[in-house]
Ligand binder design. Sequence first.
Ligand SMILES: [Zn+2]
Length: 459
Amino acid sequence: MRHTIAATLVPALLLAAAPVLAAPDRIAAAATLRDKALDTGAYALLEDLTTTVGQRLAATPAEQRGRDWAVKAMKAAGLVNIKVEPFPMPVWERGIETAEVVGAFPQKLTIAALGYSGATPAAGITAPVAYFADYAALEAAAPGSLAGKIAFIDHRMMRAQDGSSYGTNGVVRRAGPALAASKGAVATLIRSIGTDNHRNPHTGSTVWQDRKALTAAAALSVPDAEQLARLVARGPVTLKLVITPTFNPDGQSANVSGEIPGSGARSEIIVIGGHLDSWDLATGTIDDGAGMAITLSAARAIKDAGLKPRRTIRVVFWGAEEAGIWGGRAYAEAHKAENIVLAAESDFGADRVWRVSSKVAETGLPLIAEINRTLAPLGVAPTRDNGAGGGADVAPLGAMGAGILELEQDGTRYFDLHHTPDDTFDKVDKAQLDQNVAAWAAAVWLAASDDRPLRTKAN
Ligand SMILES: [Zn+2]
């Protein structure tokens, strides 16, 4: 049952007393949120997280400190039903990592081990380099042809607003080391999956189907990869690698969540959030402290405006995304009986939202149109199609039928910083961060004050 209140631009105090709003009032409230949320506490939250906690490598005490911070931040934002839900996972931690050219042109190269890399002996390995221009070239190599060699996989990643080149070239990191090992390689180096030209290697997880096949795997910074390619062009190159990470199968991470409870009778839940863990090389600012700050600040803006959602707004900070989406998968499994109607994550940096995408039931498309119209003054382009996959942490919820909303961020400079020692607070543009909060607050409010079905499958 909807009740109408007679106001178009609704002051926050009036909204506090209001029951469920009729459509025009919902939209007016969203516009107010959009305009008022342009200066929120997100920047200060992100400064505090990245200064006082710093890096939050999955299943380590640093990630635990991040969870403690998150619980406090959610309480301070006025969220309730705050939960910390643990799940088991292995712990991979970086050790020593050095690379040097031996022989005719001796020099050091800058590397970072990939997550789940195996280790060399403590004294290292010395072996000749086999060069592959891209993943397809490695695929074409004959079985056994890399025996005793260090595979070096190059590629050509392009800068793109939508980050699409990561999809094309990410396979080099994820699958390259295991493929090279299957052909006999004793170790693998990749050109960093990145678009910068600084001597900052980009780490990230690599995947092993068979841990017995494990070898050392590391990323060269982009300039070092180009240097190695030039050396290879001059003749055979031999490298000495020392890469000594550790692996413990018995670790634990956790997801943290808190809510603004909804007033509706159907126990419908909207999940929003970002991932709490980060890589260990920097302070996890754009990946993904920003997503945490944006989504928590958006929920807070709705609450502080005195608005009462019909649907519960639940902010989730997933653990252990970088190490292989452990938190997102554990979360979907633990909450599969709940009526999660929409899931949305912010995990593509701190730059502005430029486009909306979605995957919702037909009945939800008018809501997506309202979101498009409301976000247009922020410079956000409308939804292209209704086929969004969501990000890594919400994809498992989407696969179970939750509707998906994506507020796509400008990724033009994201892969300059992603997974590098340069992912630090000074890179954040406050105006762009606040634009994110404004977009999220308005969009989440519109979805949470609505009652049109969004799920793509019944649960
Ligand atoms: Zn991330």
